[in-house]
Design a protein around this ligand. Sequence first.
Ligand code: COA
Length: 197
Amino acid sequence: MIETTLDDGTAVRLRRLGPDDRDGLAEGYRLLSPESRYQRFWVRTGETIGEGMLDRILGNDPVNHAVWAVLDPAREYPGVGAGSWWRSREDPDEAEFSCTVLDADQRRGVGTLLLAAAWVDAMAAGVRRFVGYTMPENVTAVRWMRDTGAAAEWDGYKVIFRWNLDDLESIPPTTPGVALAGRLAELAGRVAAVGGD
Ligand SMILES: CC(C)(COP(=O)(O)OP(=O)(O)OC[C@H]1O[C@@H](n2cnc3c(N)ncnc32)[C@H](O)[C@@H]1OP(=O)(O)O)[C@@H](O)C(=O)NCCC(=O)NCCS
């Protein structure tokens, strides 16, 4: 577990989720707005996450997948957001990154902190690129992915973003770009050392 602070001074914890986090993750899913749930999971099946989805997200396969959470221990329900990476079967240099932050906690730097944790973690597992998918109407995610240095491509249906994990020069001097570079420096070495605790 890594202890850090958000820019507004809130003390938060960053850690990898595992099989013991089923209840917490199911509650976080329930707390998302229908819109955020759809934007992240692409389903409109209500507030209950399926058991199969929980198995998939929390499965222990650190070479190919991890899910990171930002937790605020001062709250009754501490989950603030979660971000995950999944290595591609076709191209082991690439992993899909996806992220969700509770609606009321967006625009506090949590998504960028999760991207940085996943970035350092996946790079240590040999991943070279992250790919993220979003619908073009999800302008918040489109802007955030672009502003953290991802290059966009349009397949006629969704927007496909790619971050080159070993190219820190491609991170632009935007607010989330500067925050990302700072978080990458902060987390280098720490994620591998203490991530699972
Ligand atoms: C997209 C998403 C993950 C971003 O998470 P977030 O926690 O709001 O991200 P951040 O706060 O790090 O950055 C978002 C914006 O807040 C601003 N911001 C404010 N304070 C900030 C801070 N302290 N640090 C970094 N960014 C900050 C940034 O400038 C950024 O603005 P921009 O995107 O207009 O350039 C979030 O909106 C979300 O969960 N959406 C629903 C699910 C979804 O669409 N997921 C994406 C597809 S997987």
